[in-house]
Ligand binder design. Structure first.
Ligand SMILES: [Fe+2]
Length: 197
């Protein structure tokens, strides 16, 4: 008896682990986040600068990409990009963890509001749906991140927003950590590619 393509496909879908992998692959391919096909690596492929962790980091945030489900109000921000190495090669399964203030500049220090992590897909893609963080005393507008490739060192850093009056007054600000922001209707789109060792 010959084995047809249909048999092979049916067998593939009958295997739960493979079905999971296919679903994950399709999920990544159909992601609503309009990430460019290729990362925006500079000629020198410099590693993304680190920045301070600050006092509001909490370990064990949940695995999720939509951080808006428990919020009301705020300007919606879809944020994402790639994680790549110094040769601009995408890194699979890198952890990208985000924590940020809400629209009033408040962190949730007891729960996990506006905290979450995810892993990059085969293209090194990451993305979150969140809101524009509010300001708090002494800081310009920013979002905190930890990025780690499997078995690698943790990059702790922050991303900043262009055009903020407070950028130049914040000693932690550096132009290398600026998001590329695009306004689409009522929401903002923020892009950044992390380059890690
Ligand atoms: Fe902060």
């Amino acid at each position: 008896m010959s084995v047809t393509r249909r048999d092979l496909v049916a067998g593939f879908f009958a295997t739960p682990a493979l079905t999971f992998l296919l679903a994950r692959h399709l999920s990544a391919q159909t992601s609503a986040f309009p990430v460019p096909l290729t990362p925006a690596c500079g000629d020198d492929h410099e590693i993304t600068p680190s920045s301070t962790e600050g006092p509001f980091y909490k370990p064990q945030s949940p695995l999720r990409s939509d951080l808006t489900s428990e919020l009301s109000g705020g300007v919606r921000l879809r944020i994402g990009g790639h994680v790549v190495d110094r040769s601009c090669r995408p890194i699979l399964d890198a952890v990208v963890e985000l924590w940020q203030a809400d629209g009033n500049g408040q962190y949730d220090n007891t729960g996990n509001r506006l905290r979450g992590y995810q892993r990059t897909d085969g293209g090194g893609h990451w993305s979150f749906t969140t809101i524009i963080p509010g300001l708090y005393t002494g800081r310009t507008r920013h979002i905190h991140f930890k990025v780690q490739r499997p078995g690698g060192r943790v990059l702790t850093t922050q991303l900043f927003f262009p055009g903020e009056p407070g950028n130049e007054r914040d000693y932690q600000f550096t132009p290398q950590l600026l998001l590329e922001i695009e306004k689409i209707a009522s929401e903002r789109l923020g892009r950044y590619d992390f380059v890690i060792a």
